[in-house]
Design a protein around this ligand. Sequence first.
Ligand code: SAM
Length: 318
Amino acid sequence: MAVEYLRISLTDRCNLNCVYCTPLEKNGYLKHDDLLRHEEITRAAAAFVRAGVKKIRLTGGEPLLRKNVTELVRLVKAVPGLEELALTTNGLLLGGLAEELRAAGLDRVNVSVDTLNDETFKKITGASGYAKVWQGIEKALAAGFKKVKLNTVIMRGINDGEIADFARLTLAFPLDVRFIELYSTNTRSYKLSNTLFTTAETKKRITETLGPLAEVPADRGDGPARLYLLRGAKGKIGFISGRSDYFCGSCDRVRLDCTGKVYPCLFSPATHDLRGLLRAGAPDEALDDYIKKIFLVKSNYKKDSPTAGHIEMSSIGG
Ligand code: SAM
């Protein structure tokens, strides 16, 4: 499958400390100089677009913690040939930035939120802030993005009681809600593997409470999600089933982490260092050749290829 989608992590920092992600107390954050600079990110983005990428998503860590993120959005959006620019955020800072991000050219926003209740929010993220996240979602809806999606990781005994409440949001708002199965990627998420709540179980909860789900075709921006509509809904319901489904064959994405490492697969070892080339002043042709080679690695990547074993979504970019 041709690679058309690049996810770029802007920072390893986050203002939340989610139970399944990297703890804040990890061995300190990366140094400023380790991170790709705005102009390096833009140059890398342009090279990926020349190689066939059509859509870029900015992520993290928490991408809205990146200094001058609006300016970066403007720079990346201006890359010739890029068709769509999206961003994934925890929503805490979105209220204050939604309008300027839209004005800078950001097309779509995904907000990660696992609960609609501040007590549970504290348990999952270690912080109080659900009201701010919801305000961010409202601001994003008002700012006129092409699409606003909510991403929700369902965990048994933690937030599975809220599945119907999340699904109901698609009846009230033009929001897509996507339920994501928890992946076991690092020490924290391994400890939670017994909380896995499968797509089949989530679907059952929704249909028992809110009626049938009609399957609808996915758009290009929907990635591996399978999509459905409740009767009369304004938004779609999606399921991303990394644990109970095998979707490597339909994966068209690569990742660039905040230090310039390229991952052909989320689980692949960090062996491709674009920052070295960028900082050595490599010409565009050298970047293009390097990226072509990485795409070739991806096309030969199989589920049983070498893996990094332990991965941190917060630095590679979830
Ligand atoms: N801070 C941004 C946010 O919250 O969307 C971007 C980074 S965050 C790592 C991206 C997404 O990865 C979030 O939706 C989060 O829930 C998801 N994520 C992180 N660890 C995960 C895991 N072990 N299983 C499933 N999803 C995970």
